[in-house]
Design a protein around this ligand. Structure first.
Ligand code: HMG
Ligand code: MG
Length: 283
């Protein structure tokens, strides 16, 4: 099994979306350019969501159009619906992400519809993306614990993950949105998902509220997952996940997986500098 771990840097999106004070478009562009210089192959730059819901992401178009692109790097954005996809396509996103939830409570709070409605809403997004030659990653939020519905039934995670894969997502991310998962819970849900989907399709997206995200990554590595989302400086959270803190910090993931014998291809010294810049953007 490969000893290469790919880090999908989501700091410019997941990291910044939760910041109350508006960050300048120029600083957001600088952050993405600095991350590119660290050697990331995949960067989630922004989200084309409703600016009424997440004002911090209102400049998505300007940010995605303003970055210096490096050949071979995938610059992606979240798109909750066709309107978001159209905007992302206009801004030349290389990849888009659709995001569903494993619980009705989180689905309603985050994207204002039921799980089934969200899946129906994503179908034309995937079709439009395929027609445009843009790849689509899917994400399942709240895979173990939900701030609204409590403990999550892995069956529901499997159902949504499989629906996203069947729709045509080339990758399905499994997210501990509120950072309440433990390695034991992650193992249970991964075992359930792996009954239905190949490991090469999966990625992990773990928030670090309770300081267990690195252990959750370790158990995921043991299961064969080699792709993880993380946010530089450990910034972030979701405006619709009360109390949850940021994604696991990219620099901490790189340090841990390197010590475990994996390589990431990233420049660690540069990462530490960018983490300082990123934290400076955060209130
Ligand atoms: P809604 O209010 O039900 O939608 O929101 P609507 O269709 O009724 O539209 C309301 C208004 O928003 C309309 O404008 C639309 O045009 C506009 P108005 O007519 O009132 O002036 N609108 C849009 N504008 C720009 N771009 C769009 C768009 N869509 C509608 N794409 C909606 C439904 C999905 C839009 C809303 O709930 C939303 O934007 N939600 C996103 C919330 C969000 O960004 N959450 C954080 C990201 S997810 C996350 O962090 C989890 C993740 O990290 C994994 C994990 O950790 O779990 C990925
Ligand atoms: Mg997240």
């Amino acid at each position: 099994m490969s000893n290469h771990v790919t880090i999908y840097e989501v700091g410019p999106r997941d990291g910044l979306q939760n910041e109350k004070a508006l960050i300048s478009t120029k600083d957001k562009i600088q952050l993405v350019n600095d991350l590119t210089a660290c050697g990331f192959q995949k960067i989630e730059v922004t989200s084309f969501v409703s600016p009424k819901w997440v004002p911090q992401m209102a400049d998505a178009l300007e940010v995605l159009e303003g970055i210096d692109r490096v050949k071979g790097v995938t610059y992606s954005a979240l798109t909750p619906n066709l309107k978001g996809f159209d905007r992302a396509q206009h801004a030349r996103a290389d990849e888009v992400a659709i995001f569903a939830a494993a619980t009705e409570g989180f689905s309603k709070a985050n994207i204002n519809c039921s799980i089934d409605e969200s899946l129906t809403r994503f179908e034309p997004v995937v079709k439009a993306a395929k027609d445009a030659g843009i790849s689509v990653r899917g994400c399942v939020s709240v895979i173990t614990d939900c701030p609204y519905d409590g403990l999550v039934d892995p069956t529901s995670v499997v159902h949504v993950a499989k629906a996203l894969a069947d729709m045509g997502c080339h990758e399905v991310g499994l997210a501990d949105t509120i950072g309440a998962a433990t390695p034991e819970k992650i193992e249970i849900v991964l075992d359930a998902v792996l009954q239905e989907l190949p490991v090469g399709l999966l990625s992990g997206h773990y928030h670090d509220t309770n300081g267990r995200a690195l252990e959750n990554i370790e158990v995921s590595l043991e299961k064969g997952i080699r792709l993880f989302d993380s946010a530089i400086g450990g910034l972030g959270g979701c405006p619709y996940a009360p109390g949850a803190t940021g994604n696991v910090a990219t620099e901490a993931v790189v340090d841990r997986v390197t010590k475990l014998g994996y390589n990431t291809g990233l420049n660690f010294e540069k990462l530490l500098d960018v983490a300082v810049f990123a934290r400076g953007l955060s209130g």
